[in-house]
Design a protein around this ligand. Sequence first.
Ligand code: K7E
Ligand code: CUA
Length: 655
Amino acid sequence: MSSRKSFGSHTMWGAALAVAALAGCGKGNAPSVGAADAAQKVYVAPGQYDEFYLFTSGGFSGQLGVYGLPSGRLLKVLPVFSQNPENAYGYSQETKPMLNTSYGFIPWDDSHHPELSMTNGVPDGRWIFINGNNTPRVARIDLKDFVTAEILEIPHSAGNHASPFVTENTEYSVAATRFSVPTPQADVPIASYKENFRGLLTFIKVDSATGHMKIAFQILMPGFNYDLSHSGKGPSHEWSFFTSYNSEEANTLLEVNASQKDKDYIAAVHWTVAEQCVKDGKAKQVPARYAHNIMDPVSHVATSTMETSTTFLDAKDCPGVVYYLPTPKSPHGVDVDPSGELIVAGGKLATVIPVHSFSRMIKAIQDKAFEGEVNGIPVLKYEATIAGEVKNPGLGPLHTEFDGQGNAYTSMFVSSEIVKWSLKDFTVLDRVPTYYSIGHLSIPGGDTRKPWGKYVVALNKITKDRYLPTGPELTQSAQLFDISGPKMQLLLDFPTIGEPHYAQALPASMITQAQLRTFDLATNADPYAALSEAATGVSRKGQSVHVKMTAIRSHFVPDNIEGVQVGDSVFFHITNLEQDWDVPHGFAITGINNSELLIMPGETRTIVWVPEKVGVFPFYCTDFCSALHQEMQGYVRVSPKGSSVALTANTPAKH
Ligand code: K7E
Ligand code: CUA
């Protein structure tokens, strides 16, 4: 223990940080293998597809990045928690409800952990989930069309960080509060933290047919900071694991005050026991207010519903639901190996990587090998659950992924490296530097039962000199390594958007086979759709003007509208009549205090414009859709308020 204490001293940390900083003088970090060899391994010839999709969290952009591997090419940025004027997500009437919350409309969040849906512990290519950290939410993106299909707010939570990790068959997606808060919220002194603040582990039931999410129960926990999670698999199928730090329950200067103890805890949650306790009436319904937003897959119109209650299960009322595993020191990541037996923690301030054994944990529970309890939650003895420790792994272990060949790969933030070690004897096998300060790392399927252990991607926190400089604000950075041989080999640097905390990857074929190319115009159920040019028109209801418009190469119908008045709310409902792949049309009008629209084939999208000036204002298609794209335009005449100019449009009847 004493060595751990001295490690925590400022001198040691100072030295470690100095080493990391030295690495930062960059340049000349010549790859150890031939550049030609590396280039060949990442070269995807023009017109060819990448082998894997890589989904990266957008971090403080709130979005989800989609990349190809091994090329590192950016394929798309999917809007999830943040407005995206490029395609009007969060601006168009149909999508605005997706960003509704109990705090009102929120145009941004901080997203950390993409998590693919799984069947039998293997990604199934159906959905990807991602957490909203700041205003606690979980989103589900449908991988048929790469559209954000659902966002569920998590009530009574604060800092939804240990989220949205799923269980083996996507029975649940979890959401643990990083910041303990008064639960339910209350006006209390911050100094009453120990008495009034609680942690909360939320289990969201995912409907296996539709993917729809619903909060099943929320487990009330001691007021620690719950940081990360992974669910069990195989023998540990019925369990989810959550790291916690700040078992000191400090409420100020956590840097120091939450780093006092040698060990914090992993909370092992037996979720089938929680289900039973709920059934047995040991939980209680409590009032709550949280938004549940769904994009209807047929109408493509989102709705937001405010939910009013949730189910609280106090861990102390449900014996056997939670056990604490002491874990050094201020652990961050918790990762379960492909067999489901080994539970690896990344103790940010630990000198070793502790590896717990699931079977030993079960035995320790049966033997009641407890060293104490916290609020009625038994604390197991470290010696009773530990399978071993990886010695001298490096500094600042954070996250671990697996290659399916018996090896683990742990990211080392402080010493800025990936360390490969053996799951058999916990010896270090290889290490490579990362540029710089790696956070998460990602192997395709690397947290599942069957990893595709060909590559590891380092998701780095600091970019510094790796690319042409772009002023004080730099892009974020990922690095691709080949792990097919005994030694890791750096192949490629590629920039990413936002801060790429975590990423997940899977073979591209699992997604491409089910991809949608257009939305079916015949089933378009948007209430304002015009399915043909004959169905277009204009109408007025008080101050609201509704324009039902169509777009097809290369014209809008109608393209001339008169009788709009200053201060009207003009709703442009535009239906794209195309049924070919990759023929969107755009729409923008001079001075619109909103975004453009980008309308996919078969879809209807609506944008609101409130003209403030008299005049004749052009609108145009923003997406170069044909040789006569420049001709794809129209005019709206705006008259003074109360004008007698009749509302007209040159719809087919009027041509
Ligand atoms: Cu380690 Cu938010 Cu998963 Cu970043 S977290 S690194
Ligand atoms: Cu339609 Cu350009």
